[in-house]
Design a protein around this ligand. Sequence first.
Ligand SMILES: Nc1ncnc2c1ncn2[C@@H]1O[C@H](COP(=O)(O)OP(=O)(O)O)[C@@H](O)[C@H]1O
Ligand SMILES: [Mg+2]
Length: 405
Amino acid sequence: MVNILVIQPGFPNEVPYFVRGLARQGAAVYGIGDQPPQAIPEPARAALRDYLQVPNLWKREAVIPALRQWRPDLKIHRIECFWEAAMELAADLREAFKIPGLSPKKTRGFRDKHVMRQLLNQAGVRNPRQAKAESYAQIEQALAHTGYPAIVKPVAGAGSADTYRLNSPEDFEKVKPALKKIQSVVVEEFVTGTEYTFDTISVNGRILFANVERYVPTMLLARSQEHISPMTISLRDLSAPHFQEARKMCETALDTLGLERGFAHMEWFHTDKGEVVFGEIAARPPGGDAGMLMNYTCDFDVYNAYAEAMVHGRINQNIERKYNVAVIFKRAKGNGRISRIEGLVPFRQKWGAHILKEDLLPVGAKRRNWRQTLLSDGYIMLRHPDLATTLEIAGDVADHITLYA
Ligand SMILES: Nc1ncnc2c1ncn2[C@@H]1O[C@H](COP(=O)(O)OP(=O)(O)O)[C@@H](O)[C@H]1O
Ligand SMILES: [Mg+2]
């Protein structure tokens, strides 16, 4: 039996389902985290053989000895981590306990956007021009290398936080105060085009399952303009040449960075000129409800498929891509509490058969901070086998459903 230690098995939202999947596939699953056991959502709690709660996950000097003393007879075979913030911790624990998987050195290729680009450039992957900078002077030098428009982002960013598009030297002056708090940034040539993900489950360096999502609009626009209703669309048909090119590029990225097994979440662009350009990579499943999107795309259980791959080295289910699945996030007009929602009734009348989920904040609820969470004031999820129709229905959600606060 394989003994798997999962870091923070109750977080983020879909992790408990992956944990349950691992147990269902016959692994003995253990957890370590800083959540009290009763705070761990049920699908994970019931699946865990045992759980070690530590007061502070970020204190290696305490976490490592605590884990050593916890169950001296337990031989851990694998450490899994689905949470971006704990990737380095997972790698340090693997190193301390001599467990295979991503090492601290390899982890840098996934966490440091400059190291990632350097390694991938060497492998011939098409990256945007890029330079690292740690002062205003260095940013200016880097801008001379990339040209305008450019993008400036933290070396180890996430969720488009502190990420800025610069169209001119004046824009640089404008964002200077905001950049002050960030120690290291990367400056990149700005890539214009459609943004996609390429999400994979692999074993022994072979991709067993891949899923592609399209972001409408790009994540940066979605995260910086409140009036937009951002959409993520999990795509049914991946036969177009640019998807095949992206697959090859992503395979090269996985090989180069050395992710032999587990989930990877990559982002890439299809430019207006038809070029395929690498965005970034993370060694975990995509966030949000991406697992749910995959499940509704293929009518299968990705949590289980992932676990089967990890425990048995294969995925036995026959996976057929049946639907495009769209999730559209809404942001209310106004501040404070939701006062009314318009457009829902006619929308349901027209498209009811294709709606999977409505999870908008109810009247009376306080608005969420859209800058902190893509979830915003809620979402509508739908699916349709035809992409143009999917986009039409999603467009209706964006344009004709309005929350007021
Ligand atoms: N070189 C680039 N050209 C155009 N857009 C970019 C570029 N780099 C990042 N972006 C935009 O910024 C978003 C966030 O950047 P990303 O590198 O994915 O960092 P993270 O998601 O870790 O914050 C991307 O999803 C994309 O929309
Ligand atoms: Mg990203």
